[in-house]
Write a protein that binds this ligand. Sequence first.
Ligand SMILES: [Mn+2]
Length: 487
Amino acid sequence: MSRSVTFVHTADLHLAAPFKGLCADDPQIGAELAEATYAAFSAVVDTCIGREADFLVIAGDVYDGAERGLRAQWRFREQLCRLADAGIQVFIAHGNHDPLTDQVAEQELPEGVHVFGAKAVERYAVLRDGEVIAAVYGQSFGRSAETANLALGFRRSGDEPLAVGVLHANAGGNTDYDPYAPASLDDLRAAGMDYWALGHVHTYGVLCEDPWIVYPGNPQGLSPRGIGQRGCVVVHAENGQVTGVERVEAARVIWEQVTVQLQPVTSQATTAQPAIVQPTEAVAAQPAAMQPATAQAATIDGLRSMLGQECSRLRDQYGRPVIARFLLTGATPLHEVLLRPGVVGELLDDLRVEQSYIQPWVWIDRLRVETSSPLDLGSIRSGGGFATELVRIADELSKDPCALAQLVAEVTGPVEKALGLPVTAVSGYAHLPEHTHTPDTHTPDTHPSVHTHAVAHAHPPDHAHSLALAHARDLVLSRLLPGDGES
Ligand SMILES: [Mn+2]
């Protein structure tokens, strides 16, 4: 007799995880973000009920903090009650963010919810009409920094048709994540499970198909690193064989990163109309972060409307709220304009107001500028004359941080003194747009502080000096050379 089993696998809910600092100046967006982790789990529960799942497994980090806020517990239980009402059992193994410590307040859970202990692997049989259709094995973390290889304690011990292992673990030595409960794929294969329901790594991944070893990813992206669609996994099995896994969307809010490559403006396209090059079909199939939009924006107006169009594209692509980080690159006549104090900040503020009022909203979390001057420094270097000499001096100074610092102090010191400012030599450059790409640090289990203002970062002195130098060089060159300024 054919026995089909359907279950849902989720992990890393991180309920009540903060998106701190992101939306201090927009209460509506702040309120929606505060709901996002709960809403995503509610969507997972919708999937369980809609698909008439036999059971749900949760592989750790239900809560963001080990202290498990009461409100998060109540909200979690509310959803478990929906599952209990639908007759869907739940199996939970806790992870490094919510270990089973003595400090955890006892919470009453609805019938049919099973929490694995931290002492040893436990096994629960899942019955349908009095017959065992599956067994679920699992173990919780008893402490946050669990360094033991917990997978070694798993052994299939019954004659159930389908065995599922539930564990929060770093499988296969993923160096982007803390090495908690580290296990090799061979350790996992040796346990005799049909399906390993893992948690810890926040991005979806199928590590193996025999047996199935799967990370569902978190249902709600928690930081700028969690880009793109997020959700849970629906697992289908027939006669003890997993026949496939299916990703189902759950995220309430999407994180996305978009690179916009500004192109030099050609003679035909010196109007305010930017031209967006449509991505090819092959490129369109990739995540949005992989598609650099290219555009000829001759004016700041053109750039503004082009960024607005990118927001519309994200809105259409996801059909739900998006928090986007934009990166502007390319050699563009707008480079000099974008470097002027205040320009990027005003552009950002204006776009935020416009885009956060359209539903679903798009919030531009950051607008990073890494453009370059359209000046052809290579040919100026070999050209001779005053411009060449200027570039040569700038090149030499850029290799000598001490001499450069001294020059900047000579130039800015008297000005700051005259204006009654503290003499920092670089204060003006602390307010420039971010100019050098520094990748987000890998801190998967914490939530990198989110920057509200792209233009409010101070640069280390050396970097600020280099920016000042490049700015001064390009400013002089643009005045000096014919036809290279703004049109
Ligand atoms: Mn996690």
